[in-house]
Design a protein. Structure first.
Length: 205
């Protein structure tokens, strides 16, 4: 990993993902979280202000030291205990059935093996535990999908491996989750090729 990926890209992502335009979606996806929560792709802590009071602790999985440092102010203002607990969503350092809920926001696009990360989340969730997610991925319209396929190589080079064409709902169900809520839409203010969003809750059986 070069200087750009280690030092520059986390700051770019902090600005892009920290936009207030994302706040209503973060509030929606965090609603209903409770108990011990694992969050993969914690980033600079943009979800922290939206953790419900019912959350007792968050184990944050985040590989970038710069992102963790940028989260400091949000963490200091939060009443929820958050600890950095892992670096790789594809290999989680927790026992089976450890968490009540999981959170993933705009993360599965970048993890090299998203399917492995989802299987790991299912493993560490208690039976009946919930995965709350909002992700961008493969658009519902073929015209937009064609643009996604054209632009995907450039997106990956500029944004640390971010992929435009992952079928989010399919990945979640293939990992053994049952989706109980799902909203597929284009984010306002984003180009359709990068703003095709899936927001939902899935249950670990």
């Amino acid at each position: 990993m070069g200087v750009y990926e280690r030092r520059v890209l986390p700051r770019i992502i902090n600005v892009l993902c920290g936009s207030r335009a994302h706040d209503p979606l973060r509030r929606r996806v965090c609603a209903g979280l409770a108990g011990d929560v694992i969050e993969i792709g914690f980033g600079s802590g943009c979800n922290v202000p939206f953790y419900p009071a019912a959350v007792t602790m968050v184990s944050a999985v985040e590989p970038a030291d710069v992102s963790w440092a940028l989260a400091g102010r949000r963490l200091a203002a939060s009443g929820v205990r958050v600890q950095r607990s892992g670096l790789d969503g594809q290999s989680l350092p927790f026992a089976d059935d450890s968490f009540d809920a999981a959170l993933s926001t705009w993360t599965l696009c970048t993890i090299p093996d998203a399917a492995a990360a989802l299987r790991e989340l299912r493993r560490v969730l208690k039976p009946g535990g919930s995965l709350h997610f909002i992700e961008h991925g493969l658009a519902p319209d073929e015209r937009v999908r064609r643009w996604q396929r054209r632009l995907d190589p450039l997106e990956q080079r500029l944004l640390g491996g971010c992929t435009l064409t992952r079928p989010i709902a399919g990945l979640v169900t293939d990992a053994g989750f049952t989706i109980s809520e799902l909203d597929v839409f284009y984010q306002q203010g984003s180009p359709k090729f990068s703003g095709a969003a899936s927001l939902g809750v899935a249950i670990s059986e």
